[in-house]
Write a protein that binds this ligand. Structure first.
Ligand code: C2E
Ligand code: MG
Ligand code: MG
Length: 697
């Protein structure tokens, strides 16, 4: 009504102006140039005035016209007014002479109007097609939450000449709709998209909500059903409302929009998969690196810890992947709980990263590392299995140890391996690690080759009865001389073999060579047992017993000629599994010895229920046994208890006669060390045995 009122007013004013101009200028009896001028000036003046009033009204309504636009439309209107003035001159002149010509003129005017309207519609359609083309061309993958989506919707709104546009997205399982709306002027009152979706499904059309004069809606169809509903309300610029052409346009746009949203979601999912660990939902290595980089841009003081779950691989291998997964999820839970504001990520198998700002209350790097261990370590129930979580932690601090994410993570991991290697507390990175790391890498590579090429040898060291000097057996010790790196000691390569999964082949080659040598001595008349060192991981391996028995059988030797030297670690690490394995081995006839006794955490009570034949007191207690009363007390206690439990006691690494005398007095059964012989090759060992026996006799 407002529009009609306004237009009527303008039209009345225009008629009044033209009539006035014609009356003032023209002579009412004859048409002539004065009348023509009156018509022209009247029409031009009415255009100027109507445009000024239109601009004024729009200004009042809060949508002022720019001067530029006013001048442009007015220019066009003035040209067409001049054309109309000419037409009017012709019509008036013709009617002056022949009144009935009015019919012809009306017909002419009607057909001109129709042609003009047709032209306008066509060019509007062309503009729309061009705009649609531009829109589709520009439309890339869209993420529903992105600000960009709002821009795209605004484009669609303009394209459809709608006052209001609403995109309702079905947001998953709870049936709720997520609305993104764009509008010109007043927003629409919220409405329920379900109603529209249902009504579209039933009738193919939708009813306008209150406040909207006209509405079109269309579903957004994705590959797996309805993604949402696109609704436009109130056509701008005319009273006619939306027509079939608009609806077709809306449907075209909706199809494109649905495709764009689906592609956006696909890309989003792919992006998530590229940055997130699927098991723990934590950021992965590349994402952690990026997060560190961006954290470092705003704050350079950061502590980064690399955290490894000890014996994760063993848990996976022996208890199954499900338990391994449970273990990781439990560690994740504890980390997330203790460090809610930190960057926590999973950077590999059983390895995590935790990064905090160092100005927070975390103290120095090693306190931070200790804190992580305190928060995460401890008993854990994984399904039916109870276990104990233990961590190795390496810490770096930025900017001292590095200024970018990948350097920091790499160094934290190096320190972490250092911590695991030394089985000590958290390790803080230092430059020396870099050199060690390179050497370690070179040694691991060379070791792999050496094992494949049979370059690992074995030396033997005899073990003698303290009282009689009679030989009771030899210990096999792995030996390796690398052509370029030189002689590398077991203290260096055994931990590396353990860390790089090479312990299996190493143990196999040592076992085979030792038993073959043992067989050789036996053929020459010496029945001498051989002791082989085995690491905890190797013993806990489910295939170990089968492997040992296979080698014994293939060499053809008595099982009781083989002693396996285990360290206390195995008992502490997994008492139950250790006991099972040890009983299996004993049942097969193999003897068991506990090596380096006193250095680990175990006590003799640990050994009470275990089928152990021998205890080897660590060299550390033997070195000062002559001077140190404390060491003597330890040796005496070990001898007492071990004898009560029916075990033989061996002292390792004796170098002096004095030590031998005292150990003998303390009741140590057997001794081994440089005093008697250094480790030697199998052939030398045979000669040594002969010499030794004849000397004894
Ligand atoms: P271990 O089993 O306690 O072996 C005794 C170590 O002490 C040997 O060092 C031996 O050469 C050394 N030793 C013996 N008598 C004396 C002495 O009087 N004075 C001094 N200073 N040292 C003495 P080695 O051969 O360097 O082996 C070091 C460790 O490496 C071994 O300690 C053992 O734990 C490990 N190892 C060696 N070979 C193997 C192997 O084939 N498998 C496994 N799992 N570990 C091995
Ligand atoms: Mg040993
Ligand atoms: Mg030892």
């Amino acid at each position: 009504p407002l529009k009609i009122f306004f237009n009527l007013g303008i039209d009345t004013m225009e008629v009044a102006l033209v009539t006035g101009a014609v009356t003032l200028l023209g002579r009412s009896d004859v048409p002539g140039p004065r009348l023509w001028l009156g018509l022209l000036l009247g029409l031009l003046a009415s255009e100027v005035l109507s445009h000024i009033s239109l601009a004024a009204v729009m200004g009042l309504l809060g949508a002022p016209m720019t001067v530029n636009r006013l001048v442009r439309t007015l220019g066009f209107a003035l040209i067409s007014a001049s054309v109309f003035a000419c037409l009017a001159v012709v019509a008036v002149t013709a009617m002056w002479t022949e009144r009935r010509v009015v019919v012809v003129i009306l017909l002419l005017a009607a057909s001109l109007t129709v042609a003009y309207r047709g032209h306008r519609r066509l060019s509007a359609q062309q503009r729309t097609t061009e705009a649609l083309y531009d829109f589709v061309k520009e439309l890339g993958p869209l993420c529903a939450d992105a600000e960009e989506t709002r821009d795209v919707l605004e484009q669609i709104r303009v394209l459809l000449h709608a006052r209001h546009l609403d995109l309702a997205l079905s947001a998953g399982t709870d049936g709720a709709w997520r609305h993104v709306a764009v509008f010109d002027g007043v927003p629409l009152t919220p409405f329920d998209a379900t109603v529209i979706a249902d009504s579209i499904a039933q009738t193919g059309a939708a009813a306008p909500p209150s406040g909207a004069h006209d509405r079109m809606a269309t579903p957004l169809l994705g590959m797996n059903g309805v993604l949402g509903v696109l609704t436009v309300n109130d056509r701008l610029g005319s009273n006619r409302g939306f027509d079939m052409g608009d609806l077709r346009l809306l449907e075209t746009v909706a199809t494109e929009l649905a495709t764009a949203l689906e592609r956006g979601k696909l890309l989003g999912d792919l992006g998530l998969a590229a940055t997130t660990d699927p098991l723990t939902r934590l950021p992965n290595l590349s994402d952690v690196t990026q997060r560190l980089d961006s954290a470092l841009r705003s704050n350079s003081s950061i502590l980064v810890a690399a955290v490894a779950v000890d014996s994760f691989r063993e848990v996976n291998d022996t208890l199954g992947h499900q338990v391994g997964d449970d273990l990781l999820v439990e560690v994740t839970r504890r980390l997330a709980l203790s460090y809610p504001h930190a960057i926590v990520g999973r950077i590999g198998g059983g390895r995590f990263a935790v990064a905090v700002q160092s100005d927070e209350a975390w103290g120095d790097p090693s306190m931070f590392g200790l804190g992580i261990r305190a928060q995460v370590e401890g008993g854990a129930q994984l399904g039916a299995i109870g276990t104990h979580i233990r961590l190795s932690v390496g810490v770096v601090s930025a900017p001292d140890h590095g200024r970018d994410g990948s350097t920091l993570l790499r160094r934290a991991e190096t320190a972490m391996y250092g911590a695991r290697h030394s089985q000590g507390g958290p390790a803080v990175w230092e430059p020396a690690y870099e050199v060690q790391g390179q050497r370690r890498l070179a040694v691991v590579m060379a070791l792999r080759e050496a094992l494949a090429g049979g370059a690992i040898g074995v030396a033997f060291q005899p073990k003698l009865k303290t009282q009689t000097g009679q030989i009771t057996g030899v210990e096999a010790l792995a030996r390796w001389t690398h052509p370029a790196l030189g002689a590398i000691g077991p203290d260096e390569f055994i931990p590396l073999a353990e860390a790089s999964g090479l312990m299996g082949p190493l143990t196999t080659t040592v076992l085979r060579q030792s038993l073959t040598a043992c067989m050789g001595w036996q053929r020459r008349g010496g029945r001498i047992g051989v002791a082989v060192n085995v690491s905890a991981d190797t013993v806990l391996d489910p295939n170990f017993v089968t492997e040992v028995s296979a080698i014994i059988t293939s060499v053809g030797i008595d099982p009781d000629l083989l002693t396996l030297e285990l360290t206390e670690g195995i008992v502490v690490e997994d008492p139950v599994l250790a006991a099972v394995r040890m009983h299996e081995l004993r049942a097969f006839g193999v003897k068991l010895s506990v090596d380096d006794f006193g250095t680990g955490y175990s006590s003799l009570t640990y050994l009470k229920g275990l089928p152990v034949n021998e205890v080897k007191i660590d060299k550390g207690f033997i070195d000062d046994v002559v001077d140190d009363a404390g060491d003597r007390a330890v040796v005496r206690a070990v001898v007492d208890i071990a004898h009560t439990l029916g075990m033989t006691v061996v002292a390792e690494g004796i170098e002096q006669e004095d030590q031998h005398r005292i150990l003998s007095a303390l009741g140590v059964d057997e001794t081994q060390g440089y005093l008697h012989a250094r480790p030697m090759a199998a052939v030398d060992m045979a000669a040594w045995l002969r010499r030794h026996e004849s000397a004894r006799r």
